[in-house]
Design a protein around this ligand. Structure first.
Ligand SMILES: CC(C)(COP(=O)(O)OP(=O)(O)OC[C@H]1O[C@@H](n2cnc3c(N)ncnc32)[C@H](O)[C@@H]1OP(=O)(O)O)[C@@H](O)C(=O)NCCC(=O)NCCS
Length: 170
């Protein structure tokens, strides 16, 4: 994600998160802190009416904050019409690897108790529900705190990811 993505991402975030969306300036601030942050966008190719390649379309985004030994998935979202194609999974693979390379031992995130789809996505990566924050979200729902340990029981690094790869987004 770079500065010129911010308007598109702010609009997408409002569409996906409603009252819990981020103000534009928050994305600007996050992008201004690359030492501890990494934000990415997912793009798909488009085709113009004449059959030639059109501009890439931004269909998803995700962000990581990492202050070792802990990484935090700050946000993740995919346009509704592009859901179920492995786009979120692909972004999570990238950010978890980024956290690992930056020295994280654990990756944390919060997910709404009313969002079983996202919970399932995280569970498939090995995230475990470790704590509940009552009425954490502005819509009144609870926040489930989930943790993925990147270290094996013997202290060695493990893959920590049970995904089998990304789906074809076509
Ligand atoms: C949650 C969200 C990011 C998932 O994005 P996505 O690109 O559709 O997810 P993927 O296609 O990568 O799916 C990955 C996994 O999610 C789960 N999943 C996907 N669709 C699902 C569905 N209809 N029902 C239950 N689980 C589902 C599955 O575990 C799936 O793995 P699989 O494809 O091997 O079955 C997306 O739905 C979204 O942006 N929702 C609104 C914003 C949001 O809730 N963000 C998360 C906040 S914590």
């Amino acid at each position: 994600m770079v500065a010129h993505d911010v308007d598109v991402i702010t609009a997408l975030d409002a569409q996906l998160f409603g009252v819990d969306c981020w103000p534009r300036q928050l994305f600007v601030d996050e992008l201004a802190a690359p030492k501890t942050r990494r934000y990415i966008v997912a793009e798909v190719a488009t085709t113009s009416s004449d059959g030639t390649a059109g501009p890439a379309r931004t269909v998803g985004y995700a962000g990581l904050m990492c202050v070792p030994p802990v990484g935090d998935i700050q946000t993740i979202g995919v346009l509704p019409e592009f859901e179920g194609r492995g786009i979120a999974r692909a972004m999570l693979v990238e950010l978890i690897e980024e956290a690992r390379q930056r020295g994280a031992r654990d990756v944390m995130l919060e997910v709404s108790s009313t969002n079983p789809r996202a919970q399932e996505l995280y569970r498939r990566f090995g995230f475990e529900h470790i704590h509940t924050r009552r009425r954490y979200y502005r819509d009144g729902s609870d926040g489930l705190v989930m943790r993925l340990s990147l270290a094996g029981a013997d202290g060695t690094e493990t893959a920590g990811i049970t995904t089998t790869g990304t789906k074809d987004p076509s």
